[in-house]
Design a protein around this ligand. Structure first.
Ligand SMILES: NC(=O)c1ccc[n+]([C@@H]2O[C@H](COP(=O)([O-])OP(=O)(O)OC[C@H]3O[C@@H](n4cnc5c(N)ncnc54)[C@H](O)[C@@H]3O)[C@@H](O)[C@H]2O)c1
Ligand SMILES: O=C(O)CC[C@@H](O)C(=O)O
Length: 396
């Protein structure tokens, strides 16, 4: 079987190349077509894009999935994958550049130097450099909101001897594994106020969700220390832009440094904007694309799920000739109904797995070899069970 993949040209070719020519046909673009099995994208906004019923998976070569209509995808049985942690180091390094930019007026100094004229540039520099005196990060307090892959690296790095900052972190949903990797030098704040009130620098690393939308609004900014610097490499909408601009204008915030451009921000004298390049390093792009393509392929070929943001992880060895996979609602007695259909056809189940996550569940059923036409008939019967969303038949 050949799977049709639509891949964005912005995704690293090293990742796309993992779709072998024997089993995959690649079209370049960002819109799924009628027979598209997999859509591979970066930041393109899919909220207005119709998702065809036969689309099996969407891969996001990156972390943030706010550009994908997750609820619609889950309801249609489309499994969405991202690449957790794959670009975290790239973002961390840019955040350290931003912290240093926040401490020292190096961009303004560099701009000043590049506009100097005459043969005595060295003399002019030595005379004029007093206008570009900065501060140091050593001993300053950094508040980190969100201690996942990026926030964890930033917090650990800033609290290390190399930077010597006092770090306080806030993450009410921190994963146990992530918490294990945090330096014991990092203090934990119980609430947003605890991370904001004394920090000289605050950096935010949360996903954009309905809960985190405008998390840094006027009330939160009012809790921040006067003269502090805010960094946002997460998403534009985790802050209230007007509230930030007002706080900069009245001098409550000293600088806002962000990876997200907007008409109001780009010309503000106290704002530094990057063109969303946190994950734009060769390593980050390659890691993200390879990670997500591997998970898409694994799902398409074996039905196993890893790193999906919409469905639970499964890992069942594909040792029998045939596999049925069913995406269904997480309601009682689904397994009973499925096995009921199979027993009507007197089929022997070789292996089975059922996992649920929120409103949805996923079942994999391995079977011995049977006539392919008979199996298609059985799959069609399974698809008619109430609350079953999608049935796939896999063979090898
Ligand atoms: N600028 C870029 O190019 C770039 C690159 C990578 C990621 N990002 C953005 O940064 C976000 C974080 O990336 P990551 O790789 O660290 O993701 P992650 O999933 O590893 O970490 C996110 C962390 O935020 C925490 N969190 C969730 N809601 C929270 C809340 N209300 N308060 C405090 N903490 C909360 C989670 O518990 C988790 O630990 C991404 O979702 C994406 O939007 C941007
Ligand atoms: O450059 C990209 O694809 C987006 C990177 C980043 O915002 C992410 O969420 O991973």
């Amino acid at each position: 079987m050949t799977y049709q993949i639509v891949a964005s040209t912005t995704v690293s070719p090293d990742g796309i190349a993992l779709f072998d020519q024997k089993n995959y046909h690649i079209d370049y673009g960002e819109q799924p077509k009628k027979d598209t099995a997999g859509l591979l994208i970066r930041s393109v906004d899919l909220h207005q894009t119709p998702l065809p019923d036969d689309l099996i998976t969407i891969g996001r070569a990156g972390v943030g999935v706010n550009n994908i209509p997750l609820a619609e995808a889950a309801a249609k049985g489309i499994v969405v994958f991202n690449a957790p942690g794959a670009n975290a180091n790239g973002v961390k390094e840019l955040v350290f550049a931003a912290l240093t930019i926040g401490a020292r007026p190096m961009l303004a100094g560099s701009k000043w130097v590049s506009n100097l004229k005459g043969d005595d540039i060295g003399v002019q520099v030595e005379k004029g450099k007093k206008a570009y005196v900065g501060t140091e990060l050593l001993g300053k307090k950094l508040g980190v909101i969100g201690l996942g892959h990026v926030g964890g690296l930033v917090a650990n790095g800033a609290s290390s001897q190399a930077f010597g900052m006092h770090v306080v972190g806030y993450d009410p949903y921190i994963a146990v594994d992530t918490a294990w990797h945090l330096s014991h030098h990092i203090k934990h704040a119980a609430d947003l106020k605890g991370v904001l009130e004394d920090s000289d620098y605050v950096t935010i690393h949360v996903p954009l969700t309905s809960e985190t939308k405008e998390m840094l609004n006027a009330d939160a900014i009012a809790m921040m220390k006067p003269g502090s610097v805010l960094l946002n490499f997460a998403r534009d909408d985790v802050i209230d832009e007007d509230a930030i601009i007002a706080a900069l204008d009245r001098g409550h915030l000293r600088r806002y440094i962000t990876d997200f451009a907007s008409p109001k921000l780009i010309h503000h004298p106290k704002v530094t904007v990057f063109p969303h390049i946190g994950g734009s390093t060769t390593a980050a792009e390659t890691n993200s694309a390879k990670m997500v393509v591997q998970t898409m392929k694994n799902y398409l070929e074996t039905g196993n799920i890893r790193n999906s943001v919409t469905f639970p992880d499964t890992d069942m060895q594909f040792a029998s000739p045939l596999r049925l996979t069913l995406i269904h609602k997480n309601v009682p007695n689904m397994v009973g109904k499925m096995t009921g259909v199979l027993s009507n056809y007197e089929l022997n189940i070789v292996n089975m797995m059922n996992r649920s996550q929120g409103d949805y569940a996923y079942t994999m059923i391995d079977l011995d070899q049977i006539d392919p036409k008979r199996l298609q008939k059985i799959a069609a019967k399974m698809a008619q069970i109430d609350d079953v969303i999608r049935v796939r038949v896999l063979s090898h």
